[in-house]
Design a protein around this ligand. Structure first.
Ligand code: ATP
Ligand code: MG
Length: 345
C-alpha cells in the first residue's frame, strides 16, 4: 500500500502482490448549514492510497480526522465529492448502481457497533443467509449450509443459529457481523474500529479471528483504529490521517519505531511503553484540539500544534515526499531523512 509507485511486496513473496484497492485523490466534502450560513466540512481532503492483495493497511488518527468517511468512500457507501476508487482494476466511483450492486460482493465493511447494522428481528442464521439470498448465491440448501459453516468459522456452536442479536454479547455480535460480511465471499474487508467497543480480553479474540480469516480466506483488510499500538501489531502498512489528509504512510515497523511526521511522533508518544523492544518515548502533549475541518488552517494543517513548526509550515502546504526507506510523509521537516524525489499525486 503506497501512494508512490514503489510497491512493497507482501511478506514472504518475491514479487509484489497485485493491487486490489486504490484511492486516487479522494475528496469528501459535506455541505452543512450553520448560524453563519452554509459551510463545507472537508472531511476527506485528497487522499491517495494503494492496498495490495493480502495486505492489511491500518488507518489511524484522532477522532474526527475522517477515517470512517474515507472507509465509507472506499466501499462507496457514500459518494465521493472528487477522486476515484479503483477496486480490482475497476473504478467503482463512476459505475451505475446496478453494476455496483453486483461488484459489492467483492468488498464489505464491518462496523464498530455491529448491533446497529444487524436486524434485531432476524435470527443469527437468517442474518448470515440474507446477503447470499440478495446476491442469489445458490439454492436454499446451499445458502443454509454455507451460513451454518460461517457461524462455525467465527466460533459459534450450531445452537446459536436460532438466537437473536440481543441474545449475543458485544464480542459475539461482532463475530456475527463478521460472518455476515464474509457471506458474499468478499476479497476486501474495511473494518471500522471493529474492536474499539469491546472489552480488552474480547478484543484479542476478535483480532485473532480476523487474522485467522485473513490467512485462511486470502482476505485484504483496511483496518481503521484510534490505537496505533493495536494497528502496529496487525497492519503491514499504516496510514496516519490528520484533518482529512494522509500525513504519513509506510511499512508498519519503521513508522512505529521511527515516526517521520511530528503528528505520528505525538500519537506514538501517548502509547504507554510496556515492552523493551521499543525505545522509551517522551510524552508529547499536543496543544489544542483537532482544528475544525470547516475552517482548515492554510499551509500545513498540523502546524498550529506542531512543536517543530517554522514560518514555511504556516505559509506552504507540504506535499507527500518519499523517504529513504520508501515511506511517504507530508512535512517540511520530516524526522527521518528524505530521499531526493518529491511525489506528485
Ligand atoms: N454526514 C455528515 N455531515 C456533516 N459532517 C460530517 C458527516 N459525517 C462526518 N462528518 C464530519 O466529518 C469529519 C470526519 O468524520 P469521521 O466520522 O469520518 O471521523 P473519524 O476519524 O471516523 O472519527 P472517529 O474516530 O470519532 O470515528 C468530522 O468533523 C465529522 O463531524
Ligand atoms: Mg470513525
Amino acid at each position: 500500500m503506497s501512494a508512490a509507485s514503489t510497491p512493497s511486496p507482501v511478506e514472504g513473496s518475491a514479487t509484489p502482490a497485485p493491487l486490489l484497492l486504490e484511492a486516487r485523490g479522494v475528496v469528501k466534502h459535506f455541505p452543512i448549514r450553520t448560524s453563519n450560513g452554509k459551510k463545507i466540512v472537508q472531511a476527506v481532503d485528497g487522499v491517495s492510497l494503494q492496498v495490495r492483495a493480502g495486505e492489511t493497511l491500518g488507518l489511524v488518527g484522532e477522532s474526527g480526522c475522517g477515517k470512517s468517511t474515507l472507509g465509507r468512500c472506499l466501499v462507496r457507501l457514500i459518494e465521493v465529492t472528487e477522486g476515484q476508487v479503483i477496486f480490482d482494476g475497476t473504478d467503482i466511483t463512476s459505475m451505475s448502481r446496478r453494476e455496483l450492486r453486483s461488484r459489492r460482493t467483492g468488498f464489505q465493511m464491518i462496523f464498530q457497533d455491529p448491533y446497529a447494522s444487524l436486524n434485531p428481528r432476524r435470527r443469527a442464521l437468517a442474518t448470515v443467509e440474507e446477503p447470499m439470498r440478495t446476491h442469489d448465491m445458490g439454492t436454499e440448501q446451499e445458502i443454509r449450509d454455507r451460513a451454518m459453516h460461517l457461524l462455525e468459522i467465527v466460533g459459534f456452536d450450531p445452537s446459536y443459529a436460532d438466537r437473536y442479536p440481543h441474545e449475543f454479547s458485544g464480542g459475539q455480535r461482532q463475530r456475527l457481523g463478521i460472518a455476515r460480511a464474509l457471506a458474499v465471499t468478499p476479497r476486501l474487508l474495511i473494518a471500522d474500529e471493529p474492536v474499539s467497543a469491546l472489552d480488552v480480553s474480547i478484543q484479542a479474540q476478535v483480532l485473532n479471528l480476523l487474522a485467522d480469516l485473513q490467512r485462511d480466506q486470502a482476505l485484504t483488510y483496511v483496518f481503521i483504529a484510534h490505537d496505533l499500538a493495536v494497528v502496529h501489531h496487525i497492519a503491514d502498512r499504516i496510514g496516519v490521517m490528520y484533518l482529512g489528509e494522509l500525513v504519513e504512510v509506510g511499512d508498519s515497523s519503521p513508522l512505529y519505531n521511527h515516526p517521520a511526521h511530528p503528528y505520528t511522533e505525538a500519537l506514538l508518544s501517548s502509547i504507554p511503553v510496556i515492552d523493551d523492544e521499543v525505545e522509551k518515548r517522551d510524552r508529547i502533549v499536543l496543544q489544542g484540539d483537532l482544528p475544525s475541518p470547516i475552517d482548515k488552517p492554510g499551509g500545513c494543517a498540523f502546524a498550529p500544534r506542531c512543536r517543530y513548526s517554522q514560518a514555511i509550515c504556516v505559509s506552504d502546504k507540504p506535499v507527500l515526499q518519499l523517504l529513504s526507506d520508501g515511506r511517504e510523509v507530508a512535512c517540511h521537516f520530516p524526522l527521518v531523512a528524505a530521499a531526493t524525489t518529491t511525489l506528485t499525486i
